[in-house]
Design a binder for this molecule. Structure first.
Ligand code: ATP
Length: 461
C-alpha cells in the first residue's frame, strides 16, 4: 500500500483529499506544517508528499525541504514564479488549488507509478546499488519485476500473462487474499501498450455502497443531495489506461448494470446525466469469491460475469508454491531489514524451517507481516524464528473458518483477537457489508483491518 503525507493548514482545500485518497486504498497521514510533520514522522518512509504552498511559504532559504520522497506542491494563490521556484526546489508537480479529485488522483498515480516502475527506481527488493535493467524489470518471476516466483504454478501464470498482456482482453484474476492479485494487475498494465497511461485501482469493498456509483461513474451537479459540483469518476480517470476493480464481487447490482453498459457501449454515463461520454479502458478485475455461485444466488449478473470472464488468471496460494516460499522469505527479510535500518540478517535454517512449517492462510501478505515482525523484534545478531509469532508456533491455530468457529477466546484476548475471531467465524454466512455492520464499522475499516491483521478471506473457489 502506498503511503502519502499531506502537509497543509486545516482550512486548506487539500485537507479534503485525505478522506478520498484513503478510500482509494492509500495510507494517508496529515500534518499542519513541515515542522510538525518532521517532528512526528520519518518523511523518507512516505511514498509521496502533498504540500500546500501556504504550509511552507514562511521557510527561509536555509530550511531544507526533504529530498525524498517526491512531492507535489499545491497552491491556492498559484503563480508562475512560485511554480518555477517549487519545481526548481525539486517538486515533481505544481498544481493550483482547489483542484478536482480526478486531476489530483491522476498526478498522484503518475508519480507513484513512476516510483513503482522497476526500470526507473530500483525497488527495495533489489540489492543496494544494483540497477535493474528494463529487461529484468519485465522478466516476470525475478525480484526486479516485483513479482517473485519460480515454481511451476507461477511459471504457468507468467506464461499466460505474457500471452495476454499485449491484448486488450478483459481479465478476471482469482485467488485467495494476499496472493498478489493487485501485483499481477499492475504487471499486466506495465507490460501492455497502455503503460504510459494510468492504471486506476479501485477496491470495491472499501467504498461505501451508497457512494460507489458516483465514485466510479461520476455524477452531475445536483444529481443527489450533497452533489455540489460535477465529478468525472474513476472510470473516466482511467481513460486510455487500465481500470483495476479489486473485489468485484462486492459491487452492488445497480453498479454492475452500469459497468456492463460501459463494457458493451464503450461509453460512460454519469449519475444524473442524460448524455454519455466515450471512454477507452482495459478492464482487469479480481475477486476471492466464487462468482458463478454468486450468479446462481442472484448476487452477481450473469451477463456481466461472461463479459469479465474472457480470460481468467488463477493465483495459487502460497502454500502450493514450493521453494518460492523460501525465496520470497529471503527477499522480504532483506527488504524489512532495510526498512527498519537493521543490519541485513542472514537467512538461517531454523528460520526457514519455521517458515516452511506454516501454511500461510493470509499468503504473501501474511508472510510479509510476519517477517517484518521478526525483524523488529529480533536482536541485532540474528533473526529469530520465534519472533515470527505465527499462530502455528503459538499452537492457537484459529486460521481457518471451521477452526475459528470452534475456537474459544482465551483469557487476555485483545480487541484484535476478538475482531479476527468474529470475522473468521461469521464470514462464511455474511457479506462484507453485513460483517462491517455487525462490527459497527465501515466496509473500508473492515477491509483495512483485514489487511493489517492478515485475516484470510472465505475461500469459495
Ligand atoms: N509473488 C510475489 N512477489 C513479491 N511480493 C508479492 C507477491 N505476491 C504478493 N506480494 C506482496 O504481497 C502483498 C499482497 O499482495 P496483493 O495486494 O497484490 O494481494 P491481493 O491478492 O490483491 O490481496 P487482496 O485479496 O487482499 O486484495 C503485497 O505487499 C505484494 O507486494
Amino acid at each position: 500500500m502506498h503511503s502519502i503525507m499531506i502537509i497543509c493548514p486545516d482550512h486548506s482545500p487539500l485537507k479534503e483529499s485525505e478522506k478520498w485518497l484513503s478510500r482509494y486504498g492509500f495510507q494517508v497521514n496529515t500534518s499542519q506544517s513541515l515542522e510538525q510533520a518532521k517532528k512526528y514522522y520519518e518523511l523518507s518512509e512516505f511514498n509521496l508528499l502533498l504540500i500546500d504552498q501556504e504550509a511552507i511559504q514562511h521557510l527561509n532559504s536555509h530550511t531544507e525541504l526533504p529530498n525524498q520522497p517526491r512531492r507535489i506542491v499545491l497552491d491556492t494563490k498559484a503563480s508562475l514564479s512560485t511554480g518555477v521556484n517549487s519545481m526548481a526546489q525539486g517538486a515533481v508537480f505544481y498544481l493550483p488549488l482547489p483542484t478536482d479529485s480526478e486531476t489530483l488522483l491522476k498526478h498522484v498515480v503518475n508519480v507513484l507509478e513512476q516510483d513503482d516502475a522497476p526500470n526507473i527506481t530500483p525497488s527495495a527488493q533489489t540489492p543496494p546499488n544494483q540497477q535493474i535493467t528494463k529487461e529484468e524489470a519485465l522478466t516476470l518471476g525475478t525480484p526486479g519485476s516485483g513479482i517473485i516466483g519460480q515454481s511451476p504454478l507461477m511459471q504457468d501464470l507468467f506464461s499466460d500473462m505474457r500471452k495476454i498482456a499485449g491484448t486488450d482482453v478483459t481479465v478476471l484474476i482469482r485467488g485467495e487474499s494476499g496472493t498478489g492479485k493487485e501485483l499481477v494487475a499492475k504487471a499486466l498494465h506495465n507490460l501492455s501498450r497502455r503503460h504510459n497511461h494510468p492504471i486506476i485501482s479501485v477496491n470495491c469493498a472499501a467504498i461505501p455502497e451508497n457512494l460507489i456509483e458516483s465514485e466510479l461513474f461520476g455524477h452531475e451537479k445536483g444529481a443527489f443531495t450533497g452533489a455540489n459540483s460535477s465529478h468525472d469518476g474513476l472510470i473516466y480517470a482511467a481513460d486510455k489506461g487500465t481500470l483495476f476493480l479489486d473485489e468485484i464481487g462486492e459491487l452492488p447490482l445497480e453498479a454492475q448494470a452500469r459497468l456492463l453498459r460501459v463494457l458493451q457501449e464503450g461509453e460512460i454515463r454519469k449519475v444524473g446525466a442524460t448524455q454519455s461520454t466515450k471512454v477507452n479502458i482495459r478492464l482487469i478485475t479480481a475477486t476471492h469469491r466464487d462468482l458463478i455461485a454468486m450468479v446462481k444466488q442472484g448476487l452477481f449478473r450473469e451477463d456481466l460475469y461472461y463479459r469479465l470472464y474472457v480470460m481468467e488468471l488463477l493465483l495459487p496460494p502460497l502454500r502450493d508454491r514450493g521453494d518460492d516460499i523460501s525465496m520470497l522469505a529471503q527477499i522480504l527479510l532483506e527488504k524489512a531489514c532495510q526498512k527498519h535500518n537493521k543490519p541485513i540478517y542472514s537467512y538461517n535454517r531454523t528460520f526457514d524451517k519455521a517458515i516452511r512449517a506454516h501454511n500461510w492462510p493470509g499468503n504473501v501478505r501474511e508472510l510479509e507481516n510476519a517477517i517484518e515482525r521478526a525483524v523488529i523484534l529480533s536482536p541485532l545478531e540474528r533473526v529469530e524464528a520465534a519472533n515470527l509469532k505465527l499462530a502455528s508456533q503459538q499452537n492457537t491455530s484459529h486460521t481457518t473458518d471451521s477452526a475459528a468457529s470452534n475456537a474459544h477466546l482465551p483469557k487476555g484476548t485483545t480487541l484484535d483477537d476478538y475482531f479476527k475471531h468474529f470475522v473468521l467465524t461469521h464470514q462464511h454466512k455474511m457479506t462484507e457489508t453485513q460483517l462491517a455492520h455487525s462490527l459497527g464499522i465501515s466496509r473500508k475499516s473492515l477491509w483495512e483491518r483485514r489487511q493489517k491483521l492478515a485475516i484470510p478471506k472465505k475461500v469459495t473457489t
